[in-house]
Ligand binder design. Sequence first.
Ligand code: ZN
Length: 136
Amino acid sequence: MEVTHIEHIGIAVENLEQSIAFYENVMGLKCYGIEEVQDQKVRTAFFKVGDTKIELLESTSPDGPIGKFVEKKGQGMHHIAFAVKNIEDSLKNAEEKGVKLIDTTPRNGAEGLSIGFLHPKSTNGVLTELCEDKNK
Ligand code: ZN
């Protein structure tokens, strides 16, 4: 696969508004978008940091992936997302190299990105997201 940069870092939070206040008031960043991804049962807030973004994730349901994560581990770092040139090939590539996939085919993420997750069992414990901006 061909990775171009770190697209974003995903952080699971209990309260989106409270967390936005930290990044705005303490870190001096500006939230430029809030979006609900119904598939994932999350509300997300985005901040630009150079070419990379911070993606805050608040669960909209206790049985969603972020809800379960926060219940088990508490809030904190959730995943790292790499921008790739071809999401389909990249997922196939990883699978051929023995990596366990959460998504064998890309699905829709926030900001209109096509995304797919690699299983943390195959990535030394780091939930890894690959994404491609098909609108570019
Ligand atoms: Zn993400």
